[in-house]
Design a protein around this ligand. Structure first.
Ligand code: SAM
Length: 170
C-alpha cells in the first residue's frame, strides 16, 4: 500500500499543485493521500473526480505530518532533489517492500530538516529542482516498474481515441 503525504500545503497558494499531486497519486496507483493543512475545497474537488471517474483512493486533509511520520510503521520515502539517486533507492526500497507500507513525502516550499532525518530514504528524481508533481509521477512509475497508470470503474469512462473525445457516461 502506498500513501502520499503532502507537507507545507498553503491553500491560498498551492491549490492547483496540491490538486495535481493528489490526482497524480490517484492515477499512478497510490492508495491514500494525506495533506497537512485542512482544505475543504481540495477535498471537494478530489471527491468530485472520484464521483465521476471512480472511487478507490482516499484523500484526507488537516493531518499532523509529525504524527504521521512518528507513527508510520513501514518505509518512509522523502522526495527531494538533494536525495540519493533514484535507481539505487528504488532497488533498495523494493528489496524491503514486501508487506511493507510505503509513505511518500513531498514538500511545497522549504521542507523542515526533521523530515530528512526521519525518512528512511531521501530520494532524488534527478538533482535539478523541478516539481513535486513530476517527482511523484516518476517515482511511482519506477516503483511499479513502468506500470503505475491505472483505470477505475466510474460513471464516466474515457475511450482512448485518436479522433476527438469519446466518453461513455452511465
Ligand atoms: N526548495 C524546497 C526545499 O528545499 O525543500 C523544495 C521546493 S520544490 C518546488 C517542492 C517539492 O518538489 C520538494 O519538496 C520535493 O518533494 C519535490 N522535488 C522538486 N524537485 C525534485 C527532485 N529533483 N527530486 C525529487 N523531488 C523533487
Amino acid at each position: 500500500m502506498i500513501t502520499v503525504l503532502r507537507i507545507g500545503h498553503r491553500p491560498e497558494r498551492d491549490k492547483r499543485i496540491t490538486t495535481h499531486v493528489s490526482l497524480v497519486a490517484r492515477a499512478f496507483r497510490a492508495d491514500k493521500i494525506l495533506v497537512d493543512t485542512s482544505d475543504r475545497e481540495l477535498e471537494a474537488n478530489f471527491n468530485g473526480v472520484n464521483d465521476r471517474f471512480g472511487n478507490g483512493v482516499i484523500l484526507e486533509t488537516g493531518i499532523s505530518w509529525r504524527k504521521v511520520l512518528k507513527e508510520w510503521e513501514g518505509t518512509i520515502v522523502h522526495l527531494t532533489m538533494y536525495g540519493m539517486e533514484l535507481e539505487e533507492a528504488v532497488a533498495s526500497i523494493k528489496a524491503i517492500q514486501d508487506n511493507n507500507d510505503i509513505l511518500v513525502v513531498v514538500g511545497a516550499e522549504k521542507v523542515p530538516g526533521d523530515v530528512y532525518k526521519i525518512a528512511d530514504f531521501n530520494v532524488s528524481v534527478g538533482n535539478q529542482p523541478h516539481s513535486e508533481v513530476a517527482a511523484l509521477a516518476i517515482f511511482l512509475d519506477r516503483i511499479f516498474e513502468g506500470r503505475a497508470l491505472r483505470n477505475f470503474e466510474g460513471k464516466m469512462k474515457i475511450i482512448p481515441s485518436n479522433e476527438g473525445k469519446k466518453v461513455v457516461e452511465e
